[in-house]
Design a binder for this molecule. Structure first.
Ligand code: ADP
Ligand code: ADP
Ligand code: MG
Length: 489
């Protein structure tokens, strides 16, 4: 592969191009009229405007993107996440055009793109699943029967769902008919597929997912877990690796299960197998995301593996150059998704211009972003400005570094989730590791947010930092260096 086209925008386009450049591969950016000045466009060796701002007239135009690739002598297309990344028909067209799709085969995308098909595919592999319906249901009586079997509360989910959308909790039987009707119509309008199914609602779950890598020669490894339990609207905001609760035994069992899921769909490339775990560390398969995940950097930091480089190597047909035994967890990493959203106003998108934009810098701090000072946050796309990632030898070191980085990050012109990150990193439930997916629901409110972002809070955090720095000196904790840092700016 000598030249790749990145069919995406923002931080992920830039992230992919950086690794491509490191590997001596030329890059092509495609962009919409809203992204003319975007860093991913300027970074690429070549860039082509493919249409007006709305994504269905630009970033989702698969045929136009393939045409562009062919006309520029590209050999491979990297889809990033979102947009066309989990579109099996697009992956097929890329292959039919004689290009390499940097991702799994269309078959795996198709199977895992539907939560019911995914469950069906992994059935024979002894993988624990959330109790519930095994096929789509549209009949209220059938739903009531399943609800009685698994016990309330239940969750009605869209088979084609994603991005935290299309889920409805039912706590009382009388709500079931109305919730089902809503779930079906939501699924139809959001995903063009009204199929819904039922899962038992796990009361106090943690979201823990396993990163896998599979080559085209049948070798599959896992790169441990990421914990993504801090969510709002079923969508992740803070992620970390490793999880603070897994024992080595459960980690190994989940890793093994994830490898089996990958084998079940003849997976190729980098993928993520998502699980929920309950208070007793029982784990249940949720779904597989057949692409690079937003939160992949935390895995890169603790494993020292550049996941994009592996995606490209695997797409070129190379054999994995390491085995499971070669992989080890080193240190701890956290990621905060810095969205242009106002945590003081129910996480409403806050659109505007980045009047001031200064990134934090320093050891153990990585910022993956796609903006520069003075740029507008386009209204057409996901309002994520950046991912702020920190690394430390221990979990508390990574948390302290996150607080330090949040203080250093200067963003003016739009509201962001930075104060929320500060709230999380100072909250006892988070620092002690005793939290679940209801963290926001249980602990978050405006008063608590204000409290944690008051000056006293700031001083407390700085004091803790100072104590930590002194302690670190006393303990002679080595400064972070070596292989984990090669992906940093
Ligand atoms: P991750 O698990 O990588 O954090 P998210 O669920 O946050 O992934 O989704 C990553 C991106 O892909 C987001 O921009 C999200 O809106 C988009 N996305 C995910 N699944 C779908 C889907 N089925 N339809 C539309 N967009 C999706
Ligand atoms: P998506 O495709 O939107 O990412 P997932 O099935 O991965 O959907 O679920 C997203 C989130 O919704 C999970 O991380 C979890 O917080 C919540 N969730 C999903 N299924 C259940 C369940 N059965 N019980 C409790 N919470 C769930
Ligand atoms: Mg998911």
């Amino acid at each position: 592969m000598k030249k790749i086209l990145v069919a995406n925008r923002g931080e992920i386009a830039l992230r992919v191009m950086r690794t491509a450049r490191k590997m001596g591969i030329k890059t092509v950016a495609v962009f919409s009229e809203a992204d003319r000045e975007a860093p991913h466009v300027r970074f690429a060796d070549e860039a082509v405007c493919i249409g007006p701002p709305p994504s269905n007239r630009s970033y989702l135009l698969g045929d136009k993107i393939i045409e562009t690739a062919l006309s520029l002598g590209v050999d491979g297309i990297h889809p990033g996440y979102g947009f066309l990344s989990e579109n099996a028909a697009f992956a097929q067209k890329v292959q039919d055009a004689g290009l390499i799709f940097i991702g799994p085969d269309p078959y795996a995308i198709e199977v895992m793109g539907n939560k019911l098909a995914a469950k069906d595919a992994v059935k024979g592999y002894d993988i624990p699943m959330v109790p519930g319906a095994e096929s789509a249901i549209s009949d209220v009586e059938e739903a009531q029967e399943i609800a009685r079997q698994v016990g309330l509360p239940i969750l009605i989910k869209a088979a084609a769902g994603g991005g935290g959308k299309g889920m409805r909790i039912v706590e009382h039987e009388q709500e079931l008919p109305a919730q089902m009707e809503r779930a079906i119509s939501e699924a139809q309008s959001a995903f063009g597929d009204g199929a819904v199914f039922i899962e038992k609602y796990i009361a106090s779950p943690r979201h823990i997912e396993i990163q896998v890598l599979a080559d085209s020669h049948g070798n599959v490894v896992h790169l441990f877990e990421r914990e993504c339990s801090v969510q709002r609207r079923h969508q992740k905001v803070v992620e970390e690796a490793p999880s603070s609760v897994l024992t080595p035994e459960v980690r190994a069992a989940m890793g093994q299960a994830a490898v089996m899921v990958a084998k079940a769909c003849r997976y190729k490339g980098a993928g993520t197998v998502e699980f929920l775990i309950d208070e007793h560390l029982n784990f249940y398969f949720l779904e597989m995301n057949t692409r690079l995940q937003v939160e992949h950097p935390v895995t890169e930091l603790i494993s020292g593996v550049d996941l994009v480089e592996q995606q490209i190597r695997i797409a070129r047909g190379e054999t994995l150059s390491f085995t499971q035994d070669d992989l080890h967890i080193r240190g701890h990493a956290l990621e905060l998704r810095v969205y242009a959203e106002d945590p003081y106003d129910n996480f409403h998108p806050s659109i505007g211009k980045l009047e001031v934009y200064r990134r934090p810098r320093g050891e153990g701090i990585r910022v993956d972003d796609g903006f520069e000072e003075g740029m507008d946050i386009p209204i057409y796309y996901d309002p994520m400005i950046a991912k702020l990632i920190t690394y430390g030898e221990t979990r508390s070191a990574a948390i302290h570094r996150m607080l330090e980085a949040i203080e250093m990050y200067q963003i003016e012109g739009v509201a962001t989730t930075l104060p929320f990150g500060k709230f999380v990193c100072q909250h006892e439930a988070f620092t002690s590791g005793h939290f679940d997916t209801h963290f926001v629901q249980h602990y978050f409110n405006i008063e608590a947010l204000k409290e944690s972002n008051r000056e006293e809070g700031l001083y407390a955090a700085l004091l803790a930092l100072q104590l930590y720095t002194e302690e670190k000196k006393k303990l002679h904790i080595p400064e972070v260096g070596g292989s984990n840092w090669k992906y940093f700016r």
